[in-house]
Design a protein around this ligand. Structure first.
Ligand code: ATP
Length: 441
């Protein structure tokens, strides 16, 4: 088994255009990342898969796309202004900053090794504050949203009224969130700007006992469908000290990241807390009139809250492998499920002369109608296969001299490295067929 380290992932991401440090030419900005040509395709594919599973395939879930900037009152109602804090300590010697709950305060500084060097813990609010309008006084203070969920709660009434949704139903949203994280190590695992994929499922009080286990099962299934190795996923139930005071129950899906088991997604039974808070702070009636029973009540909420950018890190770590090849060297390969692979098919002419380059170029253009493609004509064919393996391209099509005679090509599979000969006009259908039955070997 290959040891998958964060250094290997970071280096591959940089080398092959998945993820770069933000503002790198200016020395870099901590906790902020840019997604390159491969990274943005991977991230979009995970997002699209989540969106399809949650809104298109599931009964009665609709989407919204709310503003990142919201009225400050939202964050007072949600408790973020007063409670969204981490305890922070500084090392007096080297000035490094840590989350007090993540280090041993009686031990030495993890950076410089000095003992008894920590300041007393101070609570630090994780929200980024900014100002709206020309005056920068306290009345104009607003926050970049630290989670997407609150937009869903504030739009609850509008969605019910405009879309005639009946309980139980869900509202899904994908978007950027911002947290002024104290420690941003571990690459994109914890960053100050990140993306979330959240769904709030509104249901009748009491029926959360049915929907909470239902959504736990659905969300775990999702990752298996995405091709994640099941042994790398597990549940963690929040103990009494972790559980928010209003939550009835909460579970995290944890993934075995290179640095160990860590949270990937939270599934929470939030009761009627959020809507009750917003009703109180806004003074607006957020109750739901049940058309079947004529009862009025504030719905309960089961939340599924996943990090999209954290999913990208999971997908990369899970797919990464270094394998011995039959030729006696090693290849680095990303075994992405074809559903999320940044490039589906690469077209490679064996050589560029004698019309093979033109043939392959035209073929690649034709395939663009169906797939994200890649054209590569430089270097030895083996080297070109390795380049595709490194970005996780599931299929390579090679055009050779026989192609010019009989319009057949070699289709090469990334995982098994097997090659089959097929007619050009069957490439699209074959790839669709293979994708349907894809299983990681
Ligand atoms: P933690 O305790 O690790 O700070 P959290 O429990 O506060 O995280 P939630 O508020 O439940 O996290 O956020 C839901 C999801 O959003 C997390 O499971 C994670 O995937 C993602 N997420 C949260 N914070 C970050 C971050 N700083 N960078 C990247 N993803 C994040």
């Amino acid at each position: 088994m290959t040891e998958v380290t964060m250094d290997k992932i970071v280096s591959l991401c940089r080398r092959r255009g998945f993820i770069f440090q933000s503002s790198e030419i200016y020395g870099g900005l901590n906790g902020a990342y840019d997604y390159g040509p491969m990274g943005v395709e991977l991230k979009n594919n995970i997002r699209d898969f989540w969106w399809k599973e949650m809104t298109q395939i599931h009964d009665s879930i609709v989407g919204v796309d709310c503003s990142i900037l919201m009225a400050s009152k939202v964050w007072e109602a949600s408790g973020h202004v007063s409670n969204f804090t981490d305890p922070m300590v500084d090392c007096k010697h080297c000035k490094s900053r840590f989350r007090a709950d993540q280090i041993d305060l009686k031990g030495a500084c993890p950076v410089c090794g000095t003992r008894d060097s920590f300041t007393a813990p101070r609570n630090f609010n994780l929200m980024f504050a900014t100002h709206i309008g020309p005056d920068s006084d306290s009345a104009s203070t607003i926050y970049l949203r630290p989670e997407t969920a609150q937009g869903i709660y504030t739009e609850f009434k509008n969605v019910v009224q405009s879309s005639r949704m009946k309980l139980p139903f869900g509202i899904a949203q994908v978007g950027k969130s911002f947290r002024n994280e104290i420690t941003t190590k571990n690459f994109i695992f914890r960053s100050c700007e990140f993306e979330q994929m959240e769904m709030q499922f509104f249901c009748q009080p009491g029926s959360d006992d049915k929907w909470f286990p239902y959504w736990r099962e659905q969300r775990m299934e999702f990752y298996k469908k995405m091709g994640i190795i099941p042994e790398h996923l597990r549940w963690h139930q929040h103990g009494p000290e972790e559980l928010a005071f209003y939550a009835k129950d909460a579970y995290d899906i944890q993934y075995l990241f290179p640095m160990g088991w860590q949270e990937l997604e939270g599934v929470h039974d939030r009761t009627d807390y959020d809507l009750t808070q917003h009703q109180k702070f806004s003074g607006k009636d957020l109750t739901y009139l049940d058309p079947d029973t004529n009862e009025r009540y504030i719905p309960y909420v089961v939340e599924t809250s996943a990090g999209l950018t954290r999913n990208v890190l999971m997908a990369l770590s899970d797919a990464y492998d270094e394998e011995a090849t039959p030729e006696g060297d090693t290849r680095t390969v990303l075994h992405f499920h074809p559903l999320i692979a940044p490039v589906m098919v690469a077209v490679l002419p064996l050589v560029k002369k004698d019309g093979l380059g033109e043939y392959a170029d035209k073929l690649e253009h034709d395939l663009r109608q169906d797939f994200v493609t890649y054209y590569d004509q430089s270097g030895a064919i083996g080297r070109r296969y390795r380049r595709q393996d490194e970005i996780g391209t599931p299929y390579c099509v090679t055009v050779d001299y026989d192609t010019l005679k009989d319009h057949s090509v070699t289709l090469r599979f990334r995982d098994s490295m097997k090659q089959v000969r097929i007619p050009v006009d069957q490439i699209v259908a074959t790839i669709h067929e293979e994708n349907k039955k894809y299983r990681r070997v």
